[in-house]
Structures are given as structure tokens and as C-alpha cells.
Ligand binder design. Sequence first.
Ligand code: F1P
Length: 291
Amino acid sequence: SYMEQELHSQPETWREAARLGAAAGPLPEAGQRVAVIGCGTSWFMAQSYAALREAAGQGVTDPFAASEAFLGSDRGYDVVVAITRSGTTTEVLRVLDAVKGRIPTVTIIGDPGTPAVALSERTFALPFADEKSVVQTRFATTALTLLRAHLGEDISRAVADAEEALAAPVEKEWVDAEQFSFLGTGWTYGLANEAALKMREASQSWTESYPAMEYRHGPIAIAAPGRVTWLFGQEPDGLEADVVRTGARFVRHDRDPLADLVLVQRVALERARARGLDPDNPRSLTRSVML
Ligand code: F1P
């Protein structure tokens, strides 16, 4: 499948994006107030970038689902960053159009020949990470890698860990599990949301996602044997013990969290196969949503 080929190319596309990100110049500048927008997978990458940029001390960074963006007021944003593989998603184009001439925009895009380009002040095209599959894998992670590199992160560990995640076994228990809850904190909360979406899109799986510390405030009620709780990033005190007590399987790996998302992409692919689904053509989805 395209999804399989595309997800396996991630170490290579991440390396390329890291070079671009490190050399990108102001995108935006430290201290600027930034809104980051996207839909679906691109929204979740926006969440991760926003948390990383704030943690790096670079200033207020708010993520929005493009359909829910700040259009009633400008909230003093200096820059809008848009993430869109297709460059045709209606809600993203609406925001770019609405702020045009008032707030500078930077768009990270897969295909440079699409309408979002004309609506953006500045565009970063990642054609080497564009995809044929409806289900996004490498475009999203490569866009986030570009942004991580731009924030000054050394992504060599992430690349090495992605290589390792592509070779790691996909456990039978994950392929057979009835339900998954994905958890994360800070920038890994966006990854948890993306992991849950990937499993739904590619494999019709029942998944949920929460900020890690929110899990104990209700959602843990459905944790049970045959179900999986998968944490990205650092473990908040005692969470594993609480999950294990329910009989659910607790999963947390020591690799870079974005590389751990690559393993979840593979779990989604294996579950699609086990159910006889075509992950490149998921039920009820199109490559880009245009209203
Ligand atoms: C965003 C998106 C995808 C989703 C689906 C519909 O597209 O929501 O994340 O998987 O294919 O479109 P884009 O704006 O990044 O092209």
C-alpha cells in the first residue's frame, strides 16, 4: 500500500526537513505571538508545535482547528502558521483569506501548486513528503520535524529512533486489542490525538486520547483487560500502576515520542490488514475536505 511505503520513508524525509528547518530563517521570530492552524492530522501537528514553541520560550503560540480559529477577533497575533498537506482544505483557506493583508502567514504545504500558496505570505513546500494515501503519515511528521529543527532541536535521535521503530515488532496484543487510549503531555498530547486518529482512519479502530493527567479524571473508567493505554513521552507519577490495576495493557517506550508515533502508524496498518481494509482508501474519507 501507499501508506506502508510512505510511512517507511520517514527517516529520510525527516532528515531532509531538518536541513530545511534549520536553514529556514524567521518562521516566525522568537517573541512573536503565533496562531497555528490545521484540520485533522494537521491540527494535531499544530498542537504539538505550539507546545514545543512555548516550551522553547519563543512566545505565545495557540493551536486552532482551522474551523474554530479566532475569526471574531485578531487576539494580537503577529503571525499565522498554517499546516496543510493538500493546500485545498476549505477551512484553512478561509482563515488564510480572512487574515490576508492584516496578519503575515506562513504555510507548510505538501503540493506547491495549490490555492493555499497564493493566500500565504510565505510557503514551505515539502513535495518530498507529499503522499498518495488518504491517510497522512509522513507529511505530518515531516512538517513537525521541520518545525522542531527550526526551534533549534537536534533531530538526529528522532531519526535514529524512527529507524528503530520501523524495525520493532508490532505485538499481536496490539493488533488484537479491543480499544486504545492514547495519552500525552505538552507536545506529546498532539501526538496522542494523532495516534488515535490514525487508528480510526486506517483501521476503523475504537480509540480515544487525553492529556495524560486527565486520564485519571474519568476516562480510565473504561480501561480493562484486552484494552491498551499507550503513553507518549514522560510518565506522570503513578499512572502506570493505576492503569495496570485495571487489567489494561500499559505501553510506553523510551524512544523519541514522534518516532513512537511511527510505531502506532504501523499498528494501524497491521490492524487494517487483519480486518481486510484498504488503508489507502478509508471509509467515508477523502484526501482533502472541500466544502
Ligand atoms: C487535512 C485532513 C487530513 C485527514 C483527511 C482530510 O488535510 O483533515 O488530516 O486525514 O484526509 O484532510 P490537509 O489540510 O492537511 O490537506
